[in-house]
Every structure is written in C-alpha cells, then in structure tokens.
Design a binder for this molecule. Structure first.
Ligand code: UGA
Length: 442
C-alpha cells in the first residue's frame, strides 16, 4: 500500500520505518529539513534500538522516502498523522497547533476514498472536529492511537499488543459504511499483526481517543500509587519493593509499573495526565479525574525526596561535595530528556551548591543542550572518580548490573549511594561497605 506519515518525530519516524519493513511504500513528511535529511540517509535523529537498521533497509529498498514537500502525500491512499501534541506553554492543556497545521496542509492532496489516520495523542473530541474538515474531500478520518514505548518502539509498532481503530459511526455507535471500509483499510495496513491474531478493536472516534489517554493515565496512576506506598514505607520502616513484589503476585494487580523511585517523566505520561485533566475540566467533569492532580503531585514529590536523601546522607549539606549522577535520560534505552526526573534531581543538587557530574550512555548531548551548567562525563568510571556520593537516577544496565560496589569503591572518595530507582542490590552494596539509601526502603 502507498502510505504517507506526516510528522517524523519519535512516533512518525518509527511508524514510517516499521510500515516500510512490512512491505508498504512509505513517504515520511516533516517540516524540519535537518530531520528529513538525516532520515533520508537512513540516520535516526534520536536513539532508538533497532531503528537505524530499519531505516537503512527501508531507504535502500526504495520503499521508504522522506521529504519536506507535502505534495508527496498525493500518491498515498492512507495518511498517518504523527505530529507532537506538547503541553501548552501557559497551561495544562495539549497544544494542538501541529495537528491542525498537518491536517490543513494535507487537505489539498486528499482524494475520495483516502483514509486519514490520526495517531497523535489528542484531547477527546479533536477527531470529530478534524473530521468536519476531512470529510468534504471524500476521505475518511479515523483515529488509530499509538501505544509504543520509547526503547521498544520498533517492536511495539510491528508487534503491538492491540490495535485500536476509532471510525465514523452511525447513531448507535456502530461503524457506518465509511467506517467499516476504513477499518478494513487499517487491517490491510497492519496485515502482519492481524495475521497473528493481534486484538483489533473497532470503536467510535471518541472512544479511540480516550483509550490512549486512559491507558497512560492508568500507568501513571500505578506508578504514583506505589510511590505513595513508598512515602508510607519511609515513615514506618517498611520496604516498598517487598510490598510491590507481594501485591504484584495478585494477577489482578500485576508487578509491572510498580517500580517505586523518582517517578515518571518523558514526553508522554506527565503531559498526557495534565491534558486529560484540562480536557475533563472543559467537559464539566473535572472531578472525575481530579485524582490525576494527586498522581502528578506524588510523582513530583519523589524528586524532592531523592534530593533530601542525598543531603541527609552527606550530613545536611551538599555544598561543594562532588556528586556523581548516574543517568540523565527519563528512562533507560532512550536518549530522551524531556521532563526527565534524573536531570531534575541533578539540577536541584547543583542548585544546592554541589559539584555535580552527570553521566549517561546516550543522553549527554541532549542533556548538555538543555542544562549546559552541569558537568558531563561520558566515561562512567571517570565520572565516579573522587565522588563523595553516587546517585542512581536512570537504571541503565551499565549502572544497575555492570557496576559492582567493589569496583565503585576503587574509584570514589565516599561510600554513599542513593538508589533513586531501587535498581541496585542493596545487600551487596552494604556488604562492600557502602551506606545505601533506597526509595521507600529502610
Ligand atoms: C509511555 C507508555 O508506556 C506507552 O504505552 C505510550 O505509548 C507512550 O507513553 C506514549 O504515550 O507515547 P514511555 O513514555 O516511552 O511510554 O515510557 P514508560 O516506559 O511508560 O515510562 C515512563 C516513565 O515512568 C519513565 O520515567 C520510567 O522511568 C517511569 N516508571 C516506569 C517508573 O517510575 N516506575 C515504573 O515501574 C515504570
């Protein structure tokens, strides 16, 4: 099939490359010339395991092209909208400027029978509004939310755990004739996933938009729930990691996303829960999701807690202490530093007068551009040298599994480790003579 993907950021670049890899003829379109030039040479503009290979293969096969020229969409029959929906500068709501601009730019190239599939995360009601513009062209607007995780984006795109297609419906919520046809077009697009019986859920437009924000709101709530338990554990001497293991055995609860620590960040969960709250307020249902404000507040408190732990461990002041911060990315397997709890902790420690040294296997260039005031050292061991305290904030294997406390002892001055992700073997670090501080652990 001939596909266009509008917006070649995280979502769009991966989607375009993945669709080419399953046999489609794909053009990725973006307004950023530099990004397009890199992608066209098969170079990923961000770190994502597996993406460089997919890009190179796609470009070499001739099935994957990138351009800034929207005219290229004219040949395609299915158009994916994958542009960003960041948080507005002056509020909690999502900024829909890029989605509106992408659809407006695409309109002149749409033909009767085309399908426009929105993938961006949008406030419920956006698709219905956009459909009013798309429908007069004879094309059909559907919403096809994306659930990929950074670091696993290629796998999540090619082998998703479910596919959701929000389509036009009749008055009773059933897909109408255009909706049925558009859902069939999406089944054809995702033929490899459909062939392996991946659940394919057809809904109306509003439900599809809500599925996405509900999923992220649930995940954020799960993380803040366990972090709230960590706060209680901290005043009772309990261990939140054992608590998570124990409740996680209940299949109704499940252990995943019960990792207590410095909380969630990134380009999705924080802004999505805020946009959801803002949209619910607009709809007169703010109270239905008012708990999301608490989810956000718990999450942000954990960053304070990590900073307080470091200060306390160093005897009440970090002034002029050398502190090695292991990690800058918002999570491992990513170079993304958007709303990164790791960097936030580093910046706050520096604000308290510490001499902060940050290391990360992938995120240093991005971190340096955003926070040039911090000191960055690429080599982990060099970063650890002469440290008074070590703070783990992104649980890369390089720090969690491949750094032994004995080796760390041979480099650092002090023996204080604050484990902001509860990722280290506390007993092993203590046995090696370290004062170990976890999050929500005795
Ligand atoms: C998230 C969702 O997991 C994806 O399903 C969704 O498609 C994506 O947002 C999106 O909307 O585009 P992502 O932002 O890549 O994916 O990251 P997650 O793996 O969800 O992690 C988010 C944050 O939560 C990270 O900072 C991570 O360190 C933190 N986290 C995760 C915890 O603090 N504890 C946990 O137990 C799990």
């Amino acid at each position: 099939m001939k596909l266009s993907v509008i917006g070649c950021g995280y979502l769009g670049a991966v989607h375009a490359a993945a669709m080419a890899s399953i046999g489609h003829d794909v053009v990725g379109i973006d307004v950023d010339q530099r990004k397009v030039d890199a992608l066209a040479q098969g170079i990923a503009p961000f770190f994502e395991p597996g993406l460089p290979e997919l890009l190179k293969d796609g470009v070499a096969s001739g099935r994957l092209r990138f351009t800034t020229d929207m005219c290229a969409a004219a040949d395609a029959t299915v158009h994916f909208i994958g542009v960003g929906t960041p948080q507005q500068k002056d509020g909690y709501a999502a900024d829909l400027t890029y989605v509106d601009a992408a659809v407006d730019a695409l309109l002149p190239f749409l033909k009767p029978g085309d399908v426009v599939a929105g993938k961006s995360t949008v406030p419920v009601g956006t698709a219905a509004r956009l459909a009013e513009r798309v429908t007069p062209t004879g094309a059909t607007l559907v919403w096809n939310p994306e659930f990929l995780r950074e670091g696993w984006a290629v796998k999540d795109t090619i082998e998703p755990d479910r596919l959701v297609a929000g389509v036009p419906t009749d008055g009773t919520g059933r897909a109408d004739a255009d909706g049925e046809r558009a859902a069939d077009v999406l089944r054809e697009v995702y033929h490899t996933a459909v062939a392996t019986n991946t659940p394919f859920i057809v809904t109306d437009l509003a439900t599809a938009e809500l599925v996405k924000v509900a999923a992220n709101a649930f995940l954020a709530t799960k993380i803040s729930f366990i972090n709230a338990m960590a706060e209680i554990a901290e005043v009772t001497g309990a261990d939140v990691t054992q608590l998570a293991d124990a409740i996680g055995h209940d299949v109704r609860i499940g252990r995943r996303f019960l990792g207590a620590g410095i909380g969630f960040g990134g380009g999705c969960l924080p802004k999505d829960i805020r946009a959801f709250s803002a949209r619910a307020e607009e709809l007169g249902r703010g109270e239905s999701v008012s708990f999301l404000r608490e989810v956000d507040a718990i999450n942000l408190r954990r960053r304070d807690r990590a900073v307080d732990l470091v200060v306390d461990a160093l005897g009440g002041s970090v002034f002029e202490k050398r502190i090695t911060v292991l990690g800058a990315a918002f999570k491992p397997h990513s170079d993304d530093i958007r709303d990164s709890p790791a960097l936030d902790v580093a910046v706050r420690l520096r604000g308290l007068g510490a001499s902060v040294v940050v290391t990360d296997p992938e995120a240093i260039p991005n971190a340096k551009a955003k926070h040039p005031q911090l000191t960055y050292v690429e080599d982990r061991d060099e970063a650890l040298t002469d440290a008074d305290a070590v703070v783990l904030v992104t649980e890369w294997d390089e720090y969690r599994r491949q750094l032994s406390p004995e080796h760390a002892s041979s480099l650092t001055k002090g023996r204080i480790v604050v484990d902001g992700r509860n990722g280290l073997d506390a007993a092993a670090w203590r046995a090696a003579g370290w004062s170990y501080y976890g999050m929500g652990r005795p």
